[in-house]
Design a protein around this ligand. Structure first.
Ligand code: URP
Ligand code: ZN
Ligand code: ZN
Ligand code: ZN
Length: 466
């Protein structure tokens, strides 16, 4: 039996258009859009959702999360269940999380471990990228198999020596492989070997507070690594996607490469757009709440990030959601900033913060949807199914109230973490209802979804536009 849901009266916003339209959903997919008030539809619908005065937007696609990530002797505090529920509360209906290859083990073993963590626990759909910690002949062959199965993107690191770090030869080999199998290489670009020297020197000088995390992880060392991975990708004839870009000097490297016509892409995150080294310098160890890598930068860098998002030198805003509680987790680094687990919570906040950026004049409404829904879907082989509202697409739809006011706070958020990086921040705009494949997950500010509704997404290869 066909189930039909009709969303009436809203302003439908996609990356391409803004139109007042009714949206018809049949069996979990968008069936059609039509002029508001189309009579024969409302008569035959099983359920009508009134979106008058609201936006009707595609569910957010967050292509950078770390649920339950093991890091620095502890684990990111959101499970796939708590993290995907929080994502839904924030208007995100797809995440792509990072499965981790443990050094010395196969990609398959890492992937199986991540399937086990996520399976049956997610409230929204999810896919995986694979972190390559160990590039060798065997793992390069495994890459081909994973691409065929729909795991089509791989993250490598020039940072974290001894943990996730790959040397330039390993990065080049992975890029060459991606160039032949259609995979996308994602790069964490910071010169980790140089940073480790600066960390050691800072600690010897007694510089142990969280703010030194930002000082040793220099913008120049982000720019250098960004430049290097772009050149390695050029040599390999492969596209490259640089994750969590924070330094204006790194944006300049991406812009220059793109001006040369290279398939080079960049992602930034809300924390780099809204927070700064001022937060890292908060007294009484509060700065630890803002320790992530790449680090927060001085406020001056924000203008370059917003400009990059407008000029398309940066294409995606994801969260790099990697929460650690202040009590008991961030506190592991009291007296030594290098022991603070790296990462910030944010999966619930992204759509709202970017809507505020629309109101603040940084980006247009359609660009909001483009950088948060459409392009991330396209970049990682999900477009058509995710990231837009068009016939045939999955009915992942958010009814968004652009006028509702909210104050972000750990008291009211749904992420499993004891602080908010945006505590007390006032924003205008709030999710009202969320559908995932036609099923209500949030119904007028009430969670009605369930762990286990979310399905694993086998993805195609990247559908990037130059
Ligand atoms: O600080 C961060 N970003 N933690 C998560 C791991 C990573 O490098 O993305
Ligand atoms: Zn209007
Ligand atoms: Zn990273
Ligand atoms: Zn990350």
């Amino acid at each position: 039996m066909t189930t039909r849901t009709l969303i009436t009266g809203g302003l439908v916003i996609t990356a391409a258009d803004e139109t007042h339209a009714d949206v018809l959903i049949e069996d979990g997919r968008i069936a059609a859009l039509a002029a508001p008030g189309t009579q024969e539809w409302s008569a035959s619908a099983d359920r009508v959702l009134d979106a008058t005065g609201k936006y009707v937007i595609p569910g957010g696609v967050d292509v950078h999360t770390h649920m339950e990530l093991p890091f620095g002797g502890t684990f990111a505090s959101d499970t796939f269940e708590t993290g995907t529920k929080a994502a839904a509360w924030g208007g995100t209906t797809t995440i792509v999380d990072f499965a981790v290859q443990t050094k010395g083990q196969s990609l398959r073993a890492g992937l199986d471990a991540w399937y086990a963590k996520a399976d049956g626990n997610c409230a929204i759909d999810y896919g995986f990228h694979m972190i390559l910690s160990d590039v060798n002949d065997r793992t390069l062959k495994e890459m081909d198999l994973l691409v065929e199965e729909g795991l089509t993107s791989f993250k490598l690191f020039t940072a974290y020596p001894g943990v996730f770090f790959s040397d330039d030869g390993q990065i080049l080999r992975a890029m060459q492989r991606a160039s032949s199998n259609g995979g996308m290489i994602m790069m964490h670009a910071e010169n980790g070997l140089a940073i480790d020297v600066l960390v050691e020197q800072a600690l010897q000088r007694g510089e142990t507070d969280p703010r030194y995390h930002g000082e040793v992880r220099k913008a120049l060392l982000e720019a250098e690594a960004t430049h290097r991975v772009i050149k390695l990708a050029q040599v390999a004839g492969a596209p490259v996607y640089v994750v969590h870009v924070s330094a204006q000097e790194a944006v300049a490297e991406l812009a220059r490469a793109r001006d040369e016509g290279l398939p080079v892409f960049g992602e930034t995150c809300p924390q780099y757009l809204f927070l700064s080294t001022d937060n890292l310098a908060e007294p009484d160890f509060e700065g630890a709440k803002y320790v992530c890598s790449t680090p927060l930068r001085p406020r001056e860098h924000q203008a370059a990030l917003w400009r990059g998002l407008r000029t398309n030198d940066l294409q995606v805003v994801s969260t790099d959601h990697c929460p650690f509680c202040f009590v008991g987790q961030k506190e592991l680094g009291r007296g030594d900033f290098s022991k603070i687990p790296n990462g910030l919570p944010g999966v619930e906040n992204r759509m709202d913060l970017l809507h505020q950026a629309v109101l603040d004049g940084h980006i247009s409404r359609r660009r909001w949807i483009e950088i948060a829904c459409a392009t991330p879907a396209r970049m990682f082989g999900l477009y058509g199914k995710k990231g837009t509202i068009a016939p045939g697409a999955d009915a992942d739809v958010v009814i968004y109230d652009p006028a509702a006011e909210q104050v972000m706070s750990a008291e009211t958020h749904h992420m499993n973490v004891d602080y908010s990086a945006y505590e007390g921040k006032r924003v205008t705009g709030r999710v009202e209802s969320v559908l995932s494949r036609g099923e209500l997950v949030i119904d007028q500010r009430e969670f009605v979804g369930r762990a286990g509704h979310g399905a694993y997404l086998a993805r195609g290869t990247s559908q990037y536009l130059g």
